[in-house]
Every structure is written in C-alpha cells, then in structure tokens.
Ligand binder design. Structure first.
Ligand code: NAD
Length: 390
C-alpha cells in the first residue's frame, strides 16, 4: 500500500511547460506529482499567453521570477541557477512534444511528456538515443494505468487465471464531438488539424490509452497484423478521424477489437476493457475503476473490489485508499508520477539494477504507442487493408 512516505532521497525540482489555466490536463499532472513529496513545483512556462501563464503560476505558488514566457526562457534561466529545475513535464499540444522534449534533454533535464509522444517512430528513436546518451529519463503520462485493478488484471493473466487469451475487446468512446466544429475551442481545433495533432485524432488522443493498458495486461502478446478503418463523420476533420475501429491478430492466435470515437453521441462510458481467456474473462472500466468483473465459465460472476485482501500482491502494493473508500483517477496519476520519480532518482544514483526491474511508462511505452498509430494509419490509408505490424 502507498501511504505518502517519501520513497526517494529528496523531492525533485520540477517545472511544467503548458498545463496552465486553459489547459485540460495540467491539473492532473499537478495532482499526480504533488501527492507524495517526490516533486516540488519550482517553475513553469504554463501557457502560450505568457502573461496569463505567469498570473496562473503565481496563483499556484510559483515565484514570479520563475514563471517564464516560454520553454526556451525556462531552460536558459533555470540552467543559470544552482537550484535549477531537474525535471520538466510537457502538457502542450502534440506538435510541440518533440521539439520541447529534445530541448530539455539537451539541457540535461529529465522529461515527463504527454501522449501521443511524437508524430513518428523515427523521432521517438532519435530522442530515445539522446536520452540514453545523456543518462536521462523520459516518462510518458499514460495516466489511467496507475489504477490498482489494472495491475490486478495483469497479475491474473500472468497467473493463468483466464487460461489462454483468446479475445481482447477495447473501447474508449464519448460523444463530445458529435456536432460540427463551428465555434470550436482551441483544444478541438489543434486536435483536428494534422499539423498540430499529428497523423491521427481519436486514435492518438484516446486510442493510445487503450493500447498501452492492454500491453500492461498482456505483455506477452504481440500484434502480428491489424486492420484499421477510420472516418471523419464531421467532414471538416478529414483527413483525421473522429471514429475508428481496429481489428488485431496477436501472435498467440488471439483476436482483438478496438473502438475509439468522439461521436458516440450521449455515451459517458469512457473506457472499457474485456480480456477473454479459455477459462474465464475479466472486464474493467475507468468509469468504475475500483471494481473488476471476473467471470469464470460455469460459475456465478464475481465483482472484485480494490484494496481487498483476496487481490494479488501486485494490486495491493499500489493501492492508496484501502478497501471501501473511493479510489480514482487522481490516485492513478499519483502512482504514475511516483514510478517516474523513482526512475529519475535511480538514474541520478546510477542504480541500473533498480531500473532493470522497475516498471513505469517509459520512452519505449511512448514509442510503441506511436508505432501502433503508424500501423493504423498505414492500414486505413490503404482502404482498411490488413497490414503486417511493423
Ligand atoms: P489544451 O488545448 O486544453 O491545453 C494546452 C495548453 O498548452 C494551453 O493552456 C496552451 O496555452 C498551452 N500551450 C500550448 N503551446 C504551448 C507552448 N509552446 N508553451 C507553453 N504552453 C503552451 O490541451 P490538453 O487537452 O491539455 O492536451 C495537452 C496534451 O495532453 C496533449 O498532448 C494531449 O494529447 C494530452 N492529454 C493527455 C491526457 C491524459 O490522460 N494523459 C488527457 C488530456 C490531454
């Protein structure tokens, strides 16, 4: 169980790029980072609008002299301080991730970046090499994978409680973009423009969460081929998609079906994961993150609750609230940030033995998400054809 005792030597000096007053995801970063005494927010370039960013920074406790106009100023001015920032989170639109990550790494700073990490696998490989050369960590905020019951699912699959995995059924949908984009806000504008979003809209925006979580639960399964069919129901969003289905063939013979959509009008179900084996199935949704449905063929169905002693050690170890008390997204983000802090701390101490076994969403996780997107786009652009996964 995680109880807030500090698990690293000292708090890391932490800064943010983006994630300011107008950003959707910034508070999730701060909720995650500031929970366990592992990060201390010392600076930021929180907003494209420098004045608004500084005003915001001051209101969340950053001193005025460390609220910067942009990330370049942040890097330059922090480098000149003895107590300069050590790790920077990037919570800006997709097209800026690569440029800001590279600049931070070149300046010797660890990075925690939003997904989808970059536009291409080539960019990911280049940045992975740079991070390696510099001895720095790049973490990726797949914020839903800190939920204790995600790790329960992984442990049950590992123990063979489902039997052989046959079917993987993944869904992340909502209806917030069912109407047209007349008068759309900035967050939707950049998401539907290939120059700022990258090669996908909903596949990258929400599909990468499904894909990474399924990799955590099924680390032994690899995709052999996939077929992606994507469509923009609102034509102004083309060539990007507001809806897609992906069929996947795995190397053990399992079949996968993934549905992402932002035009599933009225739907508030968010994410749903079902893993079906030869003996039993498990099903979990982030709408009810503290419950896991466990169905054994021929037996009454069970609902497992987070924090209960019958769960596997892997799940109980990352529980925060304890059974009976609500566990949610903030707790999940705190786990992600804690695991990344432990990786940075180990890197600083040259503790490669710790890093070998320590699990957190690292640059490889970010790269695999981008690789999956590249394969989806290749298939969709070929007219929803089956393609070998490369
Ligand atoms: P948003 O449009 O709501 O906010 C972006 C913010 O970044 C704005 O406040 C803007 O002023 C600021 N900004 C833009 N360019 C900047 C720059 N160069 N320097 C400083 N600030 C800059 O976007 P959002 O929904 O918060 O998404 C941001 C990123 O987070 C995207 O990559 C998105 O995919 C990702 N995201 C991830 C999750 C998750 O669960 N991990 C959830 C939502 C968004």
């Amino acid at each position: 169980m995680i109880n807030g005792e500090r698990l690293i030597e000292r708090p890391l000096r932490w800064g943010m790029v983006g994630g300011g007053r107008t950003g959707q995801v910034g508070y999730k970063h701060r909720t995650g980072a500031q929970r366990d005494g592992t990060y201390r927010l010392v600076c930021g370039a929180f907003d494209l609008d420098a004045e608004r960013g500084c005003d915001f920074g001051k209101k969340i406790g950053v001193t005025a002299d460390r609220c910067y106009a942009d990330y370049k100023e942040l890097i330059a001015r922090e480098a000149a301080r003895e107590d300069g920032v050590e790790v920077v989170s990037i919570a800006t639109p997709n097209f800026t991730h690569y440029e800001i990550t590279k600049a931070c790494l070149e300046a010797g700073l660890h990075v925690i970046c939003e997904k989808p990490l970059f536009f291409t696998v080539e960019e990911c490989d280049e940045v992975a090499r740079l991070a390696d050369e510099k001895g720095l960590i790049v973490g990726v905020t797949y914020g839903f994978t800190g939920h204790p019951l995600v790790h329960q699912m992984a442990a049950m699959v590992k123990k063979g409680m489902l039997g052989d995995i046959r079917i993987v059924d993944l869904q992340y949908t909502h209806g917030f973009n069912s109407g047209d984009d007349v008068g759309a806000g900035d967050a939707l504008k950049w998401r539907t423009n290939p120059k700022t979003a990258g090669p996908t809209f909903v596949l990258g925006d929400i599909g990468t969460h499904l894909y990474y979580l399924s990799e955590i639960v099924l680390p032994h399964l690899k995709i052999e081929k996939l077929l992606c069919d994507r469509k923009a129901f609102i034509p102004t969003r083309a060539p990007l998609e507001d809806h897609a289905t992906v069929l996947m063939h795995y190397d053990n013979g399992a079949r996968g079906r993934l549905w992402v959509s932002s035009v599933n009008a009225g739907n508030m179900g968010s994410q749903r994961y079902r893993f079906v084996g030869s003996k039993a199935s498990i099903e979990w949704s982030d709408a009810h993150p503290d419950q896991l449905i466990y169905e054994v063929q021929g037996e009454p169905n069970r609902i497992m609750h987070h924090g209960m002693p019958y769960l596997e050690e892997e799940s109980l170890a990352v529980d925060r609230m304890g059974a009976l008390h609500t566990e949610g997204l903030g707790d999940s983000w705190s786990n992600i940030y804690l695991w990344i802090a432990q990786a940075i701390d180990a890197k600083r101490r040259d503790d490669e033995a710790f890093l070998k076994t320590h699990h957190y969403p690292d640059i490889n996780a970010g790269t695999e998400g981008v690789r999956w997107l590249e394969n989806c786009v290749r298939s969709a652009d070929a007219g929803a054809a089956w393609v070998d996964f490369k």
